[in-house]
Design a protein around this ligand. Structure first.
Ligand SMILES: [Zn+2]
Length: 554
């Protein structure tokens, strides 16, 4: 039974009883003691490991809402506004105009032609968001310039929308007669009035295309290579535990996850959330499926979460908002599932003892979820359920107080403050409501257990960046969105460690550095509590320790 004692420049424990330490003793993958050398040595013989002597240790970071696709999206063409680093460290420059997006697609289409790829092979791109181009919507008129023959699918950054070209519309047989909600048509004044524009909003409309191409974008099946890429990326960001917050958990998905995560070289613990089946019988079958999988849980792979969705995305204008709705007058968004169905199926998963994470972006969706969960809890009380609203971007103080009374947790999308803060101010929410976007301060004041997240690949994985967003609340144009909603650095570090661990029912195992917990550390070159809060995002990550195994970021 070997014991390793690590000496560090500083250990930030996130435990109020002993916030700082210099030494931590690790045995059998767990924390045996934390404090000074004397306290660690009291447990008997040990090896002193000095490799972190000039580093700062904090608990391994926990990403409570991301997707493993962050590791595999790079098989397709990146078309986002912001520069972005791929899993191999290469930086892809952002595209700053619709023309630049079309030019990159045309270039890829030409390369696919030159490589002799069949004309029917689709060109898939991701990360696109027209809101940065002043609200001009993309249509077939843009995409047909990139290719008139090869089907093109460009997934929006929010994962809720896509655009396709005429070749793809034709192959998917989407015409002016299509009645599916979310198939956008040209307005009356347009030469093509009534014809589909190529924009498809939310799953029902996107499915018309995905069923043709065998699933792409956020819905593509996971591969083992993708999981390994994700683990490399996570290590570089100090993350030791992450969710895959929507997974069909089909036989193939389970095989891929179990194969990848049985390998000790894969430096991540994953909690896949089951993509809820809906309907009386299906929800029951779904709940039983998850419970059967839970018997196979290991340290690094934990089943037991269920993901449900109520509405769309704010910047995609598909979120459900309360009065007075969108600042720019756009109509209210889309119910991804009917509220009554949500309540019935939520109750099935809840009664099965599972932990449900619900996507609610707009405040009407959050209110509907809170109403429904309140009724379910009255019929079927369950202490310590930890059901969580995910995103909850427009939740206000009264809704947070209701959440606290119901025992609901919030995992807020703090990265939005940076990535879409100016657009929310100018177009979607307007100046006053933009101040309460991802209202972390109000959540804590109401006593709601709080986590913050990236929703990678919607925005890049990086909890220290997410913490920076919640601490500073600045936008690319230099606005500060809601001084009163700022977190302190220590509160933000809690919201990327113990906070999400609580929403995943893992706070007894991970999230802080304390005797008995897993030896999960984020190894830093700089001290996040000592730097200027505006430099929090620049704190350098050396690597991680996961259940006692050391991984240097590559
Ligand atoms: Zn998500």
């Amino acid at each position: 039974m070997t014991t390793t004692v690590y000496r560090a420049r500083k250990i930030i424990t996130l435990e109020s009883g002993q916030p700082e330490a210099t030494h931590v003793a690790v045995r059998e993958g767990r924390i045996l003691a934390v404090g000074d050398l004397e306290r660690c040595a009291a447990w008997g013989p040990y090896d002193l490991d000095e490799r972190f002597a000039d580093k700062v240790l904090m608990p391994g970071l926990v990403e409570g809402h991301c997707h493993l696709k962050e590791g595999s999206m790079w098989e397709w063409t990146y078309t986002g506004w912001f520069d972005r680093r791929d899993p191999d460290g290469k930086v892809w420059p952002g595209l700053r105009s619709m023309d630049a997006v079309v030019a990159r697609l045309a270039e890829i289409a030409a390369r696919m032609d030159a490589e002799g790829q069949a004309a029917s092979a689709p060109l898939i791109a991701w990360g696109f968001d027209p809101i940065y181009f002043g609200g001009e919507r993309m249509t077939v008129e843009h995409l047909d310039r990139a290719s008139a023959v090869r089907p093109i699918i460009i997934a929006h950054a929010n994962g809720h929308l896509m655009n396709v070209n005429t070749a793809m519309l034709r192959s998917a047989e989407i015409t002016r007669d299509n009645e599916v909600e979310g198939v956008v048509k040209f307005d009356a004044g347009h030469a093509q009035a009534g014809e589909p524009t190529g924009e498809l909003q939310e799953p029902a409309a996107m499915f018309l295309v995905l069923r043709k191409i065998g699933n792409a974008g956020l819905l593509a099946p996971m591969t083992e290579t993708g999981v390994r890429s994700f683990a490399r990326l996570a290590c570089r960001q100090g993350v030791t535990t992450a969710t895959d917050l929507v997974n069909k958990l089909s036989e193939d998905d389970v095989r891929v996850l179990e194969a990848a995560l049985a390998d000790d070289a894969v430096s991540i613990r994953i909690l896949p959330a089951f993509q809820a089946f809906h309907g009386t019988h299906a929800a029951q079958a779904g709940a039983e499926h998850v419970k059967a999988l839970m018997a196979r849980n290991t340290d690094r792979l934990r089943y037991g979460l269920v993901k449900m969705m109520l509405d769309g995305s704010i910047q995609g204008f598909s979120a459900r908002l309360r009065w007075p709705g969108h600042y720019n007058g756009a109509p209210n968004g889309i119910w991804v599932m009917a509220p009554a169905q949500y309540e019935a199926d939520f109750e099935t998963y809840h009664r099965a003892g599972l932990l449900v994470h619900t996507h609610t972006n707009g405040d009407e969706a959050s209110e509907v979820a809170i109403d429904a969960i309140g009724r379910v809890l009255a019929r079927a009380p369950r202490p310590d359920h930890r059901h969580t609203l995910q995103h909850g971007q427009m939740i206000d103080a009264p809704l947070f107080r209701r959440m606290a009374s119901l025992g609901l947790c919030a995992n807020l999308f703090a990265n939005h403050l940076w990535y879409w803060g100016d657009q929310h101010y100018e177009m979607t929410m307007g100046p006053d409501r933009a101040m309460r976007l991802d209202a972390c301060g109000s959540a804590l004041a109401a006593g709601v257990p709080l986590a913050i997240h990236s929703d990678a690949p919607v925005t890049p994985l990086g909890p220290l960046f997410t913490a920076w967003c919640a601490v500073n609340r600045v936008t690319p144009q230099g606005r500060v969105l809601g001084e009163a909603e700022k977190l302190t650095v220590l509160q933000a570090l809690h919201a990327i460690t113990l906070g999400p661990a609580y929403t995943l029912r893992l706070d007894h195992e991970i999230g802080s550095i304390a005797c008995g917990k897993r030896a999960d550390f984020c190894v830093l070159e700089d001290d996040p509590l000592a730097v200027d809060p505006m430099a929090l995002k620049d704190v350098r990550v050396w690597g991680t320790v996961l259940s006692g195994r050391v991984f240097q970021a590559v």
